[in-house]
Every structure is written in C-alpha cells, then in structure tokens.
Design a protein around this ligand. Structure first.
Ligand code: MV4
Length: 495
C-alpha cells in the first residue's frame, strides 16, 4: 500500500494531487526548482526538496535526481501530474525498476500511444473509426501520392512522433504533395528525432471531443464520458466542458465504446484520455490517446462525482475499480476556463509580472484549482496558467451563468489574463447555443469584443483605497459607489 507519494510536478496540479493524498492518509513529498522556493506546493507538502535551477531541464525533468530523492526519503510512489515527465516511458520504466510505483499506465502502454502510427496499429484490430489515410510511415512518396489522390485533397501530413498539433501540414493539391512530404519528414526528423510521417484526409472544421478512461490492473476498463475541448488557440485549450452539447446518447455510447477499445488495445491502467475529431455529421475519428491525467480533468470529476486522483492511486495500489460502466452516470454540467497570464487583447501573448491583487470567486458550484496568492510573481520558466476556474450547475445554462458571475467575482490585477476572453466566450451566441467547433476563436474573436473587466477592477481598487480611510460608514458608501462605477465602466466599453 502506498504510504508516501512524491509529486514530480509544480503548480496547481501538484497541490491537486497532494490534497487527495492527504485525504487518503498518504504522506507527500514536493520537489521544487530554485524559482519555486516559495511556491504553495512546497509549503503544502509534508517534506520538500530542491532539485535544481529554474529551467525545467535542470530540475523538474531530472529523472535521476528525482529518483534519488525517492530513495533518501523512502518514497513508495511517484505521481507525475501532467506535462514534464508524465508521458515519458523511459521515466516510467526507471521508476518501476527502482521498485517505486508509477501512478500512471505501464511504460509499454505509454510507448504504444506515444507514437501515432503505433497507436493506429494497436487499435486497428478493435474496429475503432479512424480518419481515412495511410497507417504506416511514408516510404515511397509516389505511392503515398496515389493514396492522397484516392482519399481526395486537402490531406494532412502528420508526424508520427508529433502531438498536440506539432508537425502537421495541410496539402491543398497534388502539385504540392511531394515537396510538402519532404519538408514534413525533415522537420519531424529534426524536431522529434523520428522522420516518420503519414497522411490523413483533412477534416475541415472539426470538434475536439475526448473521453476520460479509467482502467485497473484486473482488466476492467470504463469511460467517464466526454469533454468538449473545441475552444482552443494554437492547440492550447482555453475552455472545456462536460458533457458536450452536440452528442446524442447513441453517438456518446458508440464513442465511449470506441474509447474503451483504444484503452483495451494497450492494456491500459489508470486514468487516460482518448481524443476524437468529430465532424458536423457527428462522424467521429480516433486521433490519439493521452496517457496522463489531463489539465481539464475537473469537469469530468464534477459530472461523475469521482476524485480522479483518488481513483489513480487506488488502481496503482492494485485495487479493482469496484464499479462497471452501467454504474456510471453523468449529472449536471461543468465548464472550465483556463486562467492564463496571457493578454487576449494582444494575440494571447504571455504577460509577465506580479499578482498585485488576487482574490478568487467562491460560492455554490464554483471551484478554483490554483497555486497563487496576491504578491506572487508568475515565473517565466513555466506554463503561464495561473488557475483553472470551474463552474458546475444542474444545466449547461446554469453553469454558464455561474461562470460569468465567477469571472466577475475574480479579481486579478498586475497582469492581463484570459478571464476577459472567458466572459466573451460565455456570452457569445455560438457558445451559448452549443453550435461551435475548433475554429471558434478564429471565426468570432476580435480584441474589440472583449468585455472590460481587469482595467475597471484596477481603477476601482485604486478608488476604493483612497476612500476607505475614514469610517465604516464611508466604507459602505464606497462599496455602493464601487458597484455603480464599475457598472458604468463596463457599460461604457460595451456600448
Ligand atoms: C486533424 C485535423 C483535421 N483532419 N486531423 C490537431 C492536434 C492533433 N491532436 C490533431 N489535430 C488535428 N488533426 C485530420 N485528419 C485537425 C486538427 C486540428 C485540431 C484538432 C483538435 C483540436 C484543435 C485543432 C486545431 C487545429 C487542427
């Protein structure tokens, strides 16, 4: 039985994992870089060890240093979180060989799914729908061109070792094909050390829908329904929700079964995600499997009522799931907004700085997974995500209204964030109707359409500061004034 977990990660996910460990009576060990000395995950852990300088390749990616900490502190399991070493099969194997439990799938499953062609080959015998294309690496460009003509242009060239959109090229017509394949191969070789590329029919404006999977070490595999992740920019998701508003019960059932089959194809254990492209006719195609806990896992937790980290730990301990697919039900609707230190008014470029004010929304149906406090600086070395704001409601509409309220109650100054984009999305007719796809931002978003929030907050914080000095009575007046003035500021920008 796991008694002490080292969390090989930082930020909100490190805290997220430690909270569950604590509830289960399991001790926690944090590792941290020199940039994270004062980070909340370090304070929260029972023990914490500095493992190197700020750049992640000198700290959070140092496999042997992390394993050394495990030996010294008698750690019996590692949770890798997401990013960093979470999908590194070499690491999973080293952990296992050191006699430590890796809280995740086997190194073999990670290897199969780490290669897109490997994944296609593995699931082929399971009848999982895939986009028409080649299922082996292109050897003979002439032969590949014939296949491209058969499937019809546009086609997409993908790198087998790529992921999250890296190494993809759209080819519009036969005349460009050979040159594009050559470019894609040399690009893949230099980026991933593997020049294998394949082709697929290009699906125009797809939705991105993924299924949460859980498998135990006794061969039981279930899905925990889907997450709609179509609102993304440069392959970075910004808004996720569960369930998807476009799936019918029949399509959901078929996709869930396909997702379970993908997991069966690699004897999957633990929590994983099977990604699909869905076209406007609700045809769905398997894309890839992510062999980790995902950033957006909270929306699934909210609708199925399970703690996914707890399930991961139970399964890693060898316990059976204890429920079957028929026992699982979706209840209500959850939406997540990634609150990132990025400026939506300026092409979502990272905005660095210090959180001057930082207060989070509270109340019924609101969850904030973060790892910051007022006064903290956003480290430039890592991902710019500050927090995940999750709302839950009986219906999708309730979750949307709650998200708008929570965004208004979230006060951040000192840096620009994606909160204003979130409010734009929640109020957009396409989002509200549920009729949108991966082109949502490209099609509808313009900085001029951003609702004013942060600027107003900053001005009001300043105004309140200068008025608060006298009596309690005045403070009450100020609060009223504040409401009125911030309404005025908001309206001014909107009209
Ligand atoms: C596609 C596609 C269209 N047709 N494959 C992007 C990330 C990677 N996981 C696969 N991706 C895509 N694959 C075919 N055959 C369009 C995308 C794609 C996309 C997919 C999901 C979410 C957002 C996306 C944004 C651009 C392109």
């Amino acid at each position: 039985m796991i008694q002490k977990i080292l969390v090989a990660n930082r930020g909100e996910i490190a805290l997220r994992v430690m909270r569950t460990a604590k509830e289960m009576g399991i001790k926690t060990v944090a590792v941290f870089s020199e940039a994270d000395r004062n980070a909340l995950h370090v304070r929260y852990a029972d023990e914490a060890v500095c493992i190197g300088p700020a750049p992640s390749n000198q700290s959070y990616l140092q496999m042997d240093t992390i394993l050394e900490v495990c030996r010294t502190l008698k750690v019996d399991a590692i949770h890798p979180g997401y990013g960093f070493l979470s999908e590194n099969a070499v690491f999973a194997r080293k952990v296992q060989e050191a006699g430590i439990t890796f809280i995740g799938p086997s190194a073999e499953a990670m290897e199969i799914m780490g290669s897109k062609l490997g994944a296609k080959a593995a699931v082929k015998a399971f009848g999982v729908p895939m986009v028409p294309g080649t299922d082996t690496a292109i050897q003979d460009v002439k032969a590949a061109k014939e296949i491209a003509t058969q499937i019809g242009y546009p086609v997409l060239i993908k790198a087998s070792a790529g992921g999250g959109g890296k190494g993809m090229r759209v080819v519009m017509e036969a005349a460009e094909f050979e040159q594009q394949v050559q470019l894609a191969m040399s690009e893949a070789q230099s980026a991933f050390g593997d020049g294998s590329v394949f082709i697929e029919k290009y699906v125009g404006s797809p939705r991105h829908i993924e299924f949460q999977i859980l498998g135990d070490s006794h061969g039981n595999i279930v899905h925990l329904f889907e997450r709609e992740c179509s609102i993304q920019r440069r392959h970075q998701k910004l808004v996720e929700e569960a369930p998807s508003s476009c799936l019918t019960p029949e399509v959901r059932k078929a996709m869930g079964e396909a997702a379970v089959n993908v997991a069966k194809a690699c004897n999957y254990t633990g929590a994983g995600t099977v990604e699909f492209l869905v076209d406007e006719k609700l045809n769905f195609y398997f894309l890839e499997m992510n062999t980790r806990l995902q950033v957006e896992h909270p929306v699934t937790e909210q609708i199925v009522g399970l703690d996914l980290v707890k399930e991961q730990i139970r399964v890693a301990n060898g316990e059976p799931l204890g429920y079957t697919q028929n026992d699982l039900e979706m209840r209500g609707h959850a939406i997540e907004l990634r609150v990132c230190a990025e400026d939506p008014a300026n092409q979502f470029l990272p905005d660095i700085g210090t959180l001057k004010t930082y207060t989070v929304p509270q109340g019924l149906g609101v969850r904030v997974d973060d790892s910051f406090e007022a006064g903290m600086a956003i480290p430039i070395h890592y991902d710019p995500m500050i927090a995940k704001l999750i709302t839950f409601g009986k219906t999708r509409d309730e979750a949307i209204q709650r998200m708008i309220r929570a965004i208004d109650d979230y006060h951040i100054s000192g840096i620009e964030t994606t909160l204003s984009f979130g409010k734009f999305a929640m109020q957009h007719p396409a989002f509200v109707s549920g009729n949108f796809d991966t082109k949502f931002i490209e099609r509808y978003f313009k900085p001029e359409l951003l609702p004013q929030t942060e600027v107003a907050d900053e001005i009001m914080a300043f105004a309140a500061g200068s008025l608060f000095t006298n009596s309690k009575q005045q403070a009450v007046t100020t609060a009223t004034e504040q409401t009125r003035k911030s309404d005025w500021l908001r309206n001014r920008k909107l009209t």
